[in-house]
Ligand binder design. Structure first.
Ligand code: NAP
Length: 278
């Protein structure tokens, strides 16, 4: 196949890829003395799952940078964290603007001199059957759920490489694994998040950086609150634990996967769905 690159460029790109495959010494075991100062960006932290993740990571000693559009709700989250003795700050950002989010990541890393954890959790739905789904609804969902995730990962990985430690946690969905009628845009974005994350895991695994997906099933948040009760009851019939999950169920998974304990877990899709899709 004809390559679009010159010989020199092909060699450079080839050796970059080869470099990621080189074995390296295992990361040192035991607690990082810097652990108290680890900086974690959490998107979609104004409510729902992201808020629970922000509260949990702060409780575990991270400095949390809470990101979403609603500055008032973010301020409440930061107030709750500081009232509990934690450390946090709010940064309002519309993730539909991927460049703005990448800049936010740069700003946070340079303000703190480090960036350790990135949780790409913000997400939206614009459901509709494929026959009626508009280009705009497809593009908007891809932009917030996938493109911003890519932009954030790319910006963060530079700083994590410098720190020789990093945890990228992307919140996907079981829809990205199984598909879901009425969610062509959302399922495509969440499937893309899985491919993106596995690729990052392969590229950065030898550098002390892990990348994983948490794929929730039905979780009780604003995203699912609008579902008709009959749909919720039907869904629960297919969930072995017989309930919707809570945001804390996802926050617990995130606390683990972003910890030192999970240093040998990468490229994984951790399904947290009460057994619904087993
Ligand atoms: P949610 O309650 O609707 O909260 C969504 C969060 O994303 C909010 O904090 C919102 O903040 C933020 N957000 C949305 N659009 C944004 C934008 N353009 N820029 C910046 N922030 C934005 O949803 P959730 O249920 O907690 O969902 C969190 C993640 O879990 C999503 O990725 C979702 O796809 C995934 N998930 C949820 C479920 C579920 O059953 N709930 C199941 C599977 C996967 P602002 O409105 O303040 O911007």
């Amino acid at each position: 196949m004809e390559s679009e690159y010159s010989d020199g460029e092909r060699t450079r790109r080839g050796s970059e890829v080869a470099d990621t495959l080189k074995p390296c010494a295992p990361a040192p075991r035991g607690k990082d003395p810097d652990i108290e100062r680890r900086v974690a960006i959490v998107t979609g932290a104004s409510r729902g799952i992201g808020k629970a993740i922000a509260l949990r990571l702060a409780r575990d000693g991270r400095h949390v940078v809470a990101v979403a559009r609603n500055a008032g709700a973010l301020a409440d989250v930061v107030a709750a964290i500081t009232a509990a003795g934690g450390s946090a700050e709010a940064r309002a950002c519309d993730l539909a603007d991927a460049a703005a989010f990448a800049q936010l990541v740069e700003d946070v890393a340079s303000a703190h001199g480090r960036l350790d954890i990135l949780v790409n959790n913000a997400g939206i739905t614009r459901d509709g059957l494929i026959l009626r789904m508009s280009d705009e609804d497809f593009d908007t969902v891809l932009s917030v759920n996938l493109r911003s995730c890519f932009a954030g990962c790319r910006a963060a990985s530079r700083h994590m490489l410098r720190g020789k430690w990093g945890r990228i946690v992307n919140v996907g969905s079981v829809s990205g694994i199984s598909g879901n009628a009425g969610q062509a845009n959302y399922a495509a974005a969440k499937a893309g998040v899985i491919g993106l994350t596995k690729t990052i895991a392969q590229e950065l695994g030898s550098k002390g950086i892990t990348a994983n997906v948490i794929a929730p099933g039905f979780i009780s948040t604003d995203m699912t609150d609008g579902l008709p009760q009959i749909v919720k009851d039907k869904a629960i019939e297919h969930i072995p634990v017989r309930r919707f999950g809570t945001p804390d169920d996802i926050a617990s998974a995130c606390a683990y996967i972003s910890s030192d304990e999970a240093s040998y877990v990468t490229g994984h899709v951790l399904v947290v769905d009460g057994g619904m899709t087993m």
